[in-house]
Design a protein around this ligand. Structure first.
Ligand code: COA
Length: 269
């Protein structure tokens, strides 16, 4: 499968597989090419995992380098986009993250450094999140005049509760590994001082890999059927609101300010 990808690194070692998003020069930001590859990867791996002789019991997703898991959707690609294009970006991102969420083996986001915006949305579409001590997670889209568009407004309140989700998303609050563990967004904080972080992550998931695979799968399916709580209308509303903001001055200002490395001056229009 690796030969299909330019920005993803796919490795299988025994019963653990590792997917690395590899654009470290832009903190692994999700541009259209990475999303296309994630789409292809999640489709192909799903069909492979459905074969009974497949050895993979767990998939770890990580970003390349210690500075970021994923620093969000690629903001520079947003520049100049109009509402209809934004609708398609959001629907496509949602669909790909749902594919990842519905994989039939547990997925673990291993977060070193920034998991922001689309990166945080990818992390919360996984089953578990392990944080390095330098992990920072949050939803800063509002600073760009935007909202999360890859399912974040739907999944975050389910995970950390309505009030905290509202606070995080409306204030662009980012939290550390230690704050994140208090609200339950992280399962564990790993120690990367004395041991390689990936080795630590593998140790953390080892008990899960030794359980009866069909039972683990059944727990996942049983628990994920609770996600019918996420009605399609919630996702559609997110797409609609995300896309509408692409028609605003404040979105244009937010994106320009990021690119020009300055503070945005919003005008409520
Ligand atoms: N999209 C596109 N490029 C991004 C990016 C993103 N989401 N996040 C980081 N980058 C790029 C930067 O533009 C920079 O590129 P440059 O060297 O060509 O200027 C490079 O990655 C390194 O980032 P930089 O901002 O210089 O690092 P930093 O340590 O000063 O700040 C962050 C790190 C994560 C705080 C900052 O990059 C940031 O705020 N990123 C955007 C986060 C965000 O809003 N995500 C939600 C998007 S919807």
């Amino acid at each position: 499968m690796q030969e299909l990808f330019e920005h993803l690194i796919w490795e299988v070692e025994g019963n653990i597989a590792l997917l690395t998003i590899n654009r470290p020069e832009v903190l692994n930001a999700l541009n259209a090419d990475v999303l296309k590859e994630l789409d292809l990867w999640s489709t192909k791996i799903r069909s492979e995992l459905e074969q009974s002789n497949n050895p993979i019991r767990c998939i770890i997703l990580q970003g390349s380098g210690a500075k970021a898991f994923v620093a969000g959707a690629d903001i520079k690609e947003f520049k100049g986009k109009v509402k209809i294009e934004a609708q398609s970006i959001s629907s496509r991102g949602q669909r790909i993250f749902k594919q990842i969420e519905q994989l039939p083996v547990p997925t673990v986001a291993l977060i070193e450094g920034y998991a922001l915006g689309g990166g945080a949305e990818l992390a919360i579409a996984c089953d578990f999140r392990l944080a390095a001590p330098n992990a920072i997670i949050g939803f800063p889209e509002v600073k760009l005049g935007l909202i999360p568009g890859f399912g974040g407004t739907v999944r975050l309140p389910q995970l950390i509760g309505y009030a905290k989700a509202m606070e995080w998303m409306t204030t662009a609050k980012t939290v550390s590994a230690y704050q994140g563990i208090d609200v339950g967004i992280f399962n564990a904080i790993l120690d990367n001082e004395n041991e390689d972080i990936l080795d630590q992550a593998k140790k953390w998931i080892a008990p899960l890999c030794s359980m009866a695979p069909l039972a683990v799968k059944s727990i996942i399916f049983a628990m994920k059927s609770q996600q019918s709580l996420y009605t399609p209308e919630l996702f559609e509303k997110e797409v609609e609101l995300f896309a509408k903001l692409f028609e605003t001055y404040d979105f244009e200002e937010g994106v320009n300010a990021f690119i020009e490395k300055r503070k945005p001056e919003f005008q409520n229009k």
